[in-house]
Design a protein around this ligand. Structure first.
Ligand code: KIV
Ligand code: ZN
Length: 501
């Protein structure tokens, strides 16, 4: 079986998608989970893009040691120096240098001739290689580039020291047969194709990113670049979970394998949507809520007789366990920890403690606590930050014949502060009362609510996004009461905003 390298770019290309920005702590948390997932390369960011990007690549390079860590750079010295500085101290760093090769990019964006671009690639790849043993060169918009020119640039990059040559379908224009052909063509025309790894990086503008990546692999690519949940610029990148599970489920067809720990897939997907507040569509392959749900009677009957009738891969293989959970208010710490352990969580003591406290409170309100409830509790405890304002109590009055009023009491430095406000509805009124206590107002950019599980006593999870200047700050709240979940989410975001200011 050919081993395919999985190059994860969730923290770089993925983070560029609207609504998916993450702060440094969130990036580190996700990078740690990607390490557990077993990806080969984590592209941690684009260090020259901003001081925050630089810091997050730096901290990930310091903390995450068992994957190769990549930093993106344009083919210019300043970018390469900056990325190299951010990667310092990592045992297996990678400088990822890119420059466009299509005529449209050369003319309309770079204002350079083909000769100038070729010279720049030679010089900058050699510059990067003199600093770092691992250099990848990406020919941006490769799929729309003149093939012979593309090969000429790749040849130069390889000669200058690049060990990986990446063929991006930057605008998601290619079709699978073309992608496979393109990789074969590059491989057939390089002087030393066996001394370099060919890579593919496909965008999803026509919904073919995964198919194109797999086709590129069939054409000879040894590395696939992808993102968790397929997040990324515009319509996104190729989805990691779909690629990995296609390779595994159809291993006879592809003759390939990856080093990904597939049981970590669902948790990684969940962690990303919890961090970004961008939920996964229910019909999303592999990780969507309905990916393993059988609704029609005929299907249910078939699955009961033999799962293979309608199920091509077991949900457990991606870490989705059916609700075998029986934790309730009488369950103790031991049972709680054991269940988390079975679900694959290895949590620091402080997070475990916080999660257990929340579990006890939840078990008092809910008959049974499901695995999904536990996942939500753990994520909310992980993102617990030092609270400037703590919710003490609230009272809401609302109805069709009165305007909604909220009385909110918060605790700050041991002192109780209370305010009343009227609003368009109970949540608006509560948020306004909080604004009055905090004496600041952060525009609300987004509000989303979803139930974690089914049933009347389901846990509601609210994600709010507020604006502090240009920066989007995400807050989360969890409760069986949706107004409480909303208040907690808003307060969580406010606490982050005031802590950072
Ligand atoms: O889509 C693209 O071309 C890229 C490159 C920087 C690899 O993201
Ligand atoms: Zn890209």
């Amino acid at each position: 079986m050919r081993k395919i390298q999985i190059f994860d770019t969730t923290l770089r290309d993925g983070e560029q998608s609207p609504g998916c920005s993450m702060n440094i702590h969130e990036k580190l948390e996700l990078a740690r989970q990607l390490e557990r997932l077993g990806v080969d390369v984590i592209e941690a960011g684009f260090p020259i893009a901003s001081p925050e990007d630089f810091e997050s690549v730096k901290i990930i390079a310091q903390e995450v040691r068992s994957c190769r860590i990549a930093g993106l750079c344009r083919a210019v010295k300043g970018d390469i120096d900056c990325a190299w500085q951010a990667l310092q101290g990592h045992p297996d760093p990678l400088l990822h240098v890119f420059l466009a090769t299509s005529d449209i990019h050369l003319e309309a964006k770079l204002h350079k001739t083909r000769e100038e671009v070729l010279a720049q690639v030679k010089e900058m790849v050699a510059y990067a290689r003199a600093l770092c043993p691992n250099v990848e060169f990406s020919a941006e918009d490769a799929s729309r580039s003149d093939r012979d020119y593309l090969v000429q640039v790749f040849e130069a990059a390889q000669e200058a020291g690049a060990g990986v040559l990446n063929i991006p379908d930057t605008v998601g224009y290619a079709a699978p047969a073309e992608m496979e052909e393109l990789v074969r063509y590059v491989k057939a025309h390089l002087k030393n194709p066996d001394k370099v790894v060919l890579s593919v990086h496909c965008h999803n503008d026509l919904g073919m990113a995964v198919a194109n990546s797999l086709a590129g692999m069939q054409g000879g690519a040894g590395q696939i670049e992808c993102t968790v949940n397929g997040i990324g610029e515009r319509a996104g990148n190729a989805a990691l979970e779909e690629i990995v599970m296609a390779i595994r489920t159809r291993s006879q067809l592809y003759g390939c394998q990856t080093g990904v720990q597939t049981r970590q897939i669902y948790r990684t997907s969940k962690l990303l949507s919890t961090i970004t507040g961008v939920s996964v569509p229910p019909n999303k392959a592999i990780v969507g809520d309905n990916a393993f749900a059988h609704e029609s009677g005929i299907h249910q009957h078939g699955v009961m007789n033999n799962r293979l009738t309608y199920e091509i891969l077991p949900p457990e293989s991606v870490g989705i366990y059916q609700n075998r959970m029986v934790l309730g208010k009488h369950s103790g710490r031991h049972a709680f920890e054991e269940r988390l352990d079975q679900l694959g969580y290895r949590l620091p003591e402080a997070v475990l403690e916080k999660s257990f406290e929340k579990f006890k409170a939840l078990a008092d309100r809910k008959k049974i606590v499901t695995d999904r409830d536990l996942e939500a509790l753990v994520s909310s405890s992980r993102y617990q930050i030092a609270e400037t304002y703590t919710l003490e109590s609230f009272v809401i009055n609302s109805g069709t014949v009165i305007s909604a009023t909220a009385v909110v009491k918060l605790l700050k430095d041991g002192e109780s502060k209370e305010h009343v406000a009227r609003g368009e509805g109970p949540i608006d009124a509560a948020f306004k009362a909080i604004d009055r206590i905090v004496k600041q107002s952060f525009p609300l950019k987004n509000y989303a609510i979803q139930s974690v599980t089914e049933g009347e006593d389901a846990l509601g999870e609210v994600v709010v996004k507020i604006l502090r200047g240009d920066e989007i700050i995400t807050g989360r709240g969890l409760s069986t009461d949706i107004i409480e979940a909303s208040i907690r989410a808003y307060l969580n975001a406010i606490n982050k905003a005031v802590m950072q200011s």
